[in-house]
Design a protein around this ligand. Structure first.
Ligand code: 8YV
Length: 313
């Protein structure tokens, strides 16, 4: 029996889960009834299929005495409480690789949307301001500018490859040196921000990166700088970001992820120089199918006594 925390948009994935497992669909239950629902089925649950954002906390894990595997439908495992799972030998899988291109595409789309002010120009056209002859301020060209990539894993490198085609110069920073790449590494995150016109956050969430994009980093990025975040909201000091944008100490921000999803601070939604999307980096038909298939295949491998396809070390 498995707990399914969220629906997959892939019908085939949902059908396969139903075919192979007794599924308890937590997402079908109204939020205020979920605790009782889980308590009712908990004794027989041996697997959990969850999202990158929801993960699994210590409280839920403690409720599931027969839990063997947690299959995360995402790359980020920052919401998985490994301290609660490891002593019990509970295995964790995620979905690396299959979402890289779509997440990188969204990072570039957000960067372009902020740079060319597409959302506010869309509002301008719809509001009839073009016909009214209202002036449009010219944007800044991308070519020759510097994009700094914070976190140079699969997604960071895919973002860099795309941005190179726009004539942007590239730098990256992460704590460990990436071997075999031609993009230069900055000496620190602060240096990366200082050198960059665009800072693209592609690093994992979790305690090690929490609020590392702080007021000092945002000030280093500066009044002509733009922050793009497709990783986790936890990496950014959100109140400091809203202040920097409101004061004009930071030029713009384009954000797919937030500290406390699905709430987005009013201080951000009120600003015109902010582009917002609701955590949709991997939300394409193709990628969500591939992610869901990995969830299914990892669960089948585990319960079939086979090696996991994509275990988290
Ligand atoms: C999804 C994600 O939002 O991969 C991740 O870490 O955050 C996203 O792909 C989520 O995990 C979908 O289940």
């Amino acid at each position: 029996e498995i707990l399914v925390m969220a629906a997959s948009p892939s019908m085939s994935v949902m059908a396969q889960l139903e075919q192979h497992f007794v599924c308890h669909h937590v997402w079908q239950v109204a939020p205020d009834g979920r605790a009782a629902f889980i308590a009712g089925v908990a004794p027989n649950v041996r697997g959990v299929a969850t999202t990158g954002m929801a993960g699994i906390g210590a409280a839920l894990a403690a409720q599931l005495p027969r839990l063997e595997i947690v299959a995360v439908n995402g790359i980020g495992v920052d919401a998985v409480d490994f301290a609660a799972l490891r002593p019990r030998g509970i295995r964790v899988t995620n979905t690396p690789g299959v979402l890289t291109d779509d997440v990188a595409d969204l990072a570039v789309a957000l960067l372009l949307a902020a740079a060319r002010r597409i959302p506010s120009l869309d509002r301008y056209v719809r509001a009839g301001q073009w016909q009214a002859g209202m002036p449009v301020k010219p944007a800044r060209a991308l070519r020759g500018k510097v994009a700094g990539i914070y976190g140079f894993g699969r997604i960071g490198q895919a973002v860099a490859a795309r941005l190179a085609a726009f004539g942007l110069q590239l730098r990256y920073w992460q704590p460990n040196v990436k071997e075999g790449v031609t993009v230069p590494r900055a000496a620190s995150l602060l240096d990366l921000a200082r050198d960059s016109d665009y800072l693209v956050v592609c690093a994992p969430g979790g305690a090690a990166t929490r609020a590392t994009v702080d007021a000092a980093v945002l000030d280093a990025l500066g009044p002509e700088g733009t922050l793009v975040n497709i990783a986790r909201g936890s990496l950014v000091d959100e109140p400091a970001l809203a202040d920097a944008l409101a004061d004009g100490r930071l030029g713009a921000a384009a954000l797919d992820v937030f500290a406390d999803e699905p709430s987005v601070p009013a201080a951000l939604t009120a600003l015109p120089n902010v582009v917002l999307t609701p955590h949709v980096g991997s939300l394409t038909v193709e990628t969500r199918h591939a992610m869901g298939q990995l969830v299914v295949d990892n669960l089948l491998a585990h319960f079939g006594g086979m090696p996991l396809l994509t275990p988290v070390a």
